[in-house]
Write a protein that binds this ligand. Structure first.
Ligand SMILES: O=C[C@H](O)COP(=O)(O)O
Length: 248
């Protein structure tokens, strides 16, 4: 694999959790922290985006596939930009499940985010039965290929990927560092079939029960470039210790 300039990134996905008090706590915590070797992104629910004061990078948890118009309840990329959002989580397994988001819809959303020059955090990952029946790599490849077909490999230079095995999300059942590394290496190899340089430089996060006590081992794997953190991002002390693990 080619040399790379990847920088570790940790994104906290609050999901439908948190409140104004958590916004204040997180801002205080990160204003006082020195994290020079990595990037931190907080992805709170939409209503809280406007409460952040610019000390941490912001991401949203979803976006409309449409640019604007009569789409009740949707939020556009242009609106996110007004709130200094730089990242957008797309294709999280909870949205794929709760809202029937297909890979084709996910691809449209990725395109929308890229067109606005924001960074999609594109999530892929398998349910437990897929891992058990041995079709894990086909499953992940298919999720990637739908987006590749829509936007093309060159656009992957501006995408962050997140591998989130569904069986590890919110379950306390983390993928082992070796399991995470195996899939991350597969993803990088899959992209390398189309472009070596983009594959070597794309940031691939791991998500699924990352905590302060397992982050360092996961993040030290060769193809793991940080994490997408759910539950632990709701506790500023735990989240900071995960970020410190990425900062090393
Ligand atoms: O987006 C974050 C992931 O779904 C991981 O969630 P978790 O850290 O609560 O397992």
């Amino acid at each position: 694999m080619e040399s790379n300039s990847r920088r570790q990134l940790v994104a906290g996905n609050w999901k439908m959790n948190g409140d104004k008090a958590l916004v204040d706590k997180v801002q205080k915590q990160f204003a006082a922290a020195t994290l020079n070797n990595m990037d931190v992104v907080i992805c709170p629910p939409f209503p809280y985006l406007g409460l952040f004061d610019g000390k941490v990078k912001l991401g949203s948890q979803n976006i409309s596939q449409f640019e604007s118009g009569a789409h009740t309840g949707e939020v556009s990329v242009a609106m996110l930009k007004e709130f200094n959002c730089q990242y957008v989580i797309v294709g999280h397994s909870e949205r794929r499940a709760d809202n029937n988001e297909s890979s084709s819809l996910v691809a449209l959303k990725v395109e929308q985010v890229l067109n606005a020059y924001l960074t999609p955090i594109l999530c892929v990952g398998e349910p437990e039965d897929v891992r058990d029946d041995g079709t894990l790599f086909d499953y992940i490849a298919a999720q990637l290929d739908t987006v590749l077909l829509k936007v093309g490999i060159s656009q992957f230079a501006d995408i962050v990927l997140a591998y989130e095995p569904i069986w590890a999300i919110g379950t306390g059942k983390t993928a082992s560092p070796a399991q995470a590394q195996e899939v991350h290496a597969f993803i990088r190899g899959h992209l390398a079939k189309q472009d070596n340089n983009i594959a070597a430089n794309i940031v691939i996060l791991y998500g699924g029960s990352v905590k302060g006590n397992n982050a360092q081992e996961l993040f030290s794997q060769a193809d793991v470039d940080g994490g997408l953190i759910g539950g632990a991002s709701l506790n500023p002390e735990d989240f900071l210790s995960i970020c410190q693990a990425a900062n090393q």
